[in-house]
Write a protein that binds this ligand. Structure first.
Ligand code: SF4
Length: 457
């Protein structure tokens, strides 16, 4: 197999990354932009970058991704891409008629030093942005950060549309972070159940998990509307789910529009969901619905019923910081042993959080931010685990080491369902638990002797 030459011996690497656990910033910016209704993402760089970003999202979401590009050639690469961008704005509004263009930069345009804010001003002065239409921009050089950084920067740029009228509208902003479209749907189901009126942004539900209707729509029905983004400035509060994905936007709204914010972990697993529901209850001034308490009880019931299959099972985990932090806490709640943990996104705070969550375990976890899957594989070789949780790229390690594997995170290129079956909140945690138990019990069915082979588990 491809990774059979990964050596067990770990040597210090300072400049070389092998099998990265991240992808490039504009992919995150593009995903966030697709969560605005009537938005055409625009990649300010070469066609190749844009094609890569679109295809990565298409492979994960199994949906066509529309995006425009400044189509840099040699001239723009040397002298800057302002002319291309201005021409693109003209073309996009006249041909595709979006409500808004969300532009992100690429390595190339950042290296040249194109200033999108200045280009936008020039476009406004020259009347290239029609009345009632908008352009936002995010600086997303991919030689720093990751797709998570790009996502966060684009979400923050959305707050530039927020308006303060001086009169609160009673709504609660929820910034869900990079979760699946179905997760956003699930968050909306819960807020509706609790009777909290919310503005969720970005919102890719109905955009990247839509039906095949036989009718082509350039801009699908879903997404946060421009009016909602404007109204976010009059909200009574903001709940930002995830320090890495959502906190910057929430803090910007707090500073610019005086909308108080609370930054929470993403609601994966029992405890993080409890904290989210509690925060929602407080900010919305509501009580928790019995229906939701029932869902929580079902999750606790399954945890206690199946505890013997989870107890002290060692897990290797890779993914984006906000997801991995909550998943680590969930694994600890299940009495499992998260053992090796990697995220590709930089940030020492990640390692600190993981150490806090795992401080009561009888061993020290291996954890690395800005790490890669090569290191994860080496850790596994030195200290084998019972389960791997991560994106599709983990399948090479899982196959080489013959370890059960749960696909979770981004990207998932070789399975279906992640767009449709949420893993947030209590029902989502039930699904995560079912997936974990499924692969662990399948392994027992495969490996148990005939005397131990059980019908009822
Ligand atoms: S050049 Fe930069 S922005 Fe373009 S695909 Fe490569 S890493 Fe991403």
């Amino acid at each position: 197999m491809l990774l059979r030459h990964t050596p067990k011996e770990i040597s210090e690497r300072s400049a070389l990354m092998i099998n990265p656990a991240k992808t490039c910033q504009p992919i995150g910016a593009m995903y966030a932009a697709l969560g605005i209704h009537g938005c055409l993402p625009h990649s300010h760089g070469s066609q190749g970058c844009c094609a890569y970003h679109r295809s990565t999202l298409t492979r994960h979401y199994k949906e066509p991704i529309s995006a425009a590009t400044s189509s840099f050639t040699e001239g723009a690469s040397v002298f800057g891409g302002q002319a291309n961008m201005l021409q693109a704005i003209d073309n996009i509004f006249s041909v595709y008629e979006p409500d808004i263009i969300a532009v992100h930069t690429t390595c190339l345009s950042e290296t040249i030093g194109d200033d999108l804010k200045q280009i936008r001003k020039k476009a406004l002065t020259e009347g290239k942005i029609p009345k009632g239409k908008y352009m936002i921009s995010a600086s997303t050089p991919s030689y720093v950060g990751s797709h998570v950084t790009g996502f966060s920067t684009m979400v923050k740029s959305m707050t530039g549309l927020a308006e303060s009228t001086g009169k609160k509208n009673g709504k609660v902003n929820i910034i869900p972070g990079w979760v699946e479209p179905c997760d956003m749907e699930e968050i909306k189901r819960i807020t509706k159940m609790l009777g909290v009126s919310t503005i969720l942004f970005p919102d890719t539900s109905g955009v990247l998990n839509g039906p095949l209707s036989g009718e082509y729509k350039m801009f699908p029905d879903g997404g946060t509307t421009i009016d909602e983004l404007k109204a976010s400035g009059d909200a009574i509060g903001t709940l930002a789910l995830g320090e890495w994905c959502s906190a910057d936007a929430a803090r910007a709204l707090d500073t610019q529009n005086k909308v108080p914010c609370k930054v929470l972990d993403m609601p994966f697993g029992l405890k993080a969901t409890d904290r989210f529901i509690d925060a929602l209850r407080i900010v919305g001034g509501v009580t928790v619905a019995d229906e939701l308490s029932l869902e929580r009880g079902q999750l606790v019931d399954m945890i206690s019923d199946m505890h013997q299959y989870l107890y002290h099972k060692k897990v290797a985990l890779v993914g984006d910081p906000d997801q991995v932090i909550s998943m680590t806490e969930f694994l600890v709640t299940l009495d499992m042993w998260p053992t090796h943990i990697v995220t590709g996104t930089p940030g020492k705070a990640f390692e600190k959080r993981i150490r806090e969550i795992t401080k009561d375990l009888p061993y020290e976890v291996n954890v690395k931010a800005a790490g890669d899957m090569f290191l994860l594989h080496q850790w596994i070789k030195n200290d084998p685990v019972d389960l791997i949780i991560g994106n599709t790229y983990c399948k090479y390690i899982a196959r080489d080491e013959d370890i059960p594997f749960v696909r979770w995170g981004f990207p998932i290129l070789d399975r279906q369902g992640h767009q449709y079956f949420p893993t947030v909140a209590y029902k989502g945690a039930l699904r995560l638990l079912e997936k974990i138990l499924g692969v662990l019990l399948d392994r027992r069915d495969r490996d148990d002797s005939e005397q131990q082979f059980e019908l009822v588990m």
